[in-house]
Write a protein that binds this ligand. Sequence first.
Ligand code: ADP
Length: 345
Amino acid sequence: MEKKKVKPESSIVRPESINDDTQDLALRPRSLLEFLGQKGMKENLSVFISAAKERGDSLDHLFLIGPAGLGKTTMAQVVANELGSGFIQTTAPALEKPKDLVGFLTNLKKGDVFFIDEIHSLKPAIEELLYIAMEDYGIDWVVGQGPMARTIRIAIKPFTLVGATTKAGVVSSPLISRFGITCRFSFYELEDLEAIVRRSASLLNVKIENDAASLLAKSSRGTPRVVNQLLKRMRDFAQYAGEPSITLSVVKTGLSRLEIDELGLEKQDREILKIIIERYKGGPVGAETLAISIGESVETLEDYYEPYLIQAGLLQRTPRGRVVTSFAYGHLGMPDIPRNEGSLF
Ligand code: ADP
């Protein structure tokens, strides 16, 4: 099965790439203490982890929901580290046949954390297998053929499934109901992003001034992966300019060269808003039509661009399609024209 593309090749920062270089690995927090932001989630997880450890049980299955780059994979690893358990990771599109899943499940050790990313795209036959594995720590396997076929139950070790998705809405309810713990990631607060920039800068051994860190935080779509990518690009610009540290002026110049504006929008974000305004009178316009107009897949539009445009108050998803807000007209410096009939604004 072809893996869904979430982020366009033309983009400068690539929030969907996993471990795209070794530095990214070095920046990944390893413990709940190092994991910055998402305070409420961390506090709850810390309770559940210590209670499970005290009882000697495996942690209940954990469902992580949120846009790309917010730390779902990182959190899954952190949970495994905090439990002192092994960490095994895969993605749903990589599980093509039931035997692919069985291979993982039968190799799990007691208490292991088994992470499945993009869990919304599991095939039905694989999802069915997972139900029994999650509930009864078993696998129902058919042996023999025709009238001789029979199902045998293979026992597997108690484990914790961590499922992550950017699209909770399309995950089936039988699967959702088998997760004992659900965590929803929200876009990060500025102070958390600033703390992430400072931590990453120190791990990368690069100096960054406070006002520069603060502007980087503001320009990073509320997303740790973006803030780390931008930090690395600013390090390049500083080095090129012969600056010993990343200053405010380096960041201002760097962001303008990357065509990232003061809200953290990339060129393609602005293009999306412009197209809705110019071609569809501000909306509503359907996701498929819009995706074709901007030359991206619907997945990329929905998983990468839209969550932040919505969060920033520039776009709304309505039952009839996407609609830009008055704030978007203002941000683009475009006159707020009368909307289509049926528009929300
Ligand atoms: P997701 O799985 O949600 O797409 P990742 O877990 O891959 O996101 O996170 C992307 C990168 O962002 C990680 O490599 C890590 O360096 C950084 N990161 C994510 N969350 C945090 C956090 N809370 N604190 C510090 N860095 C983070």
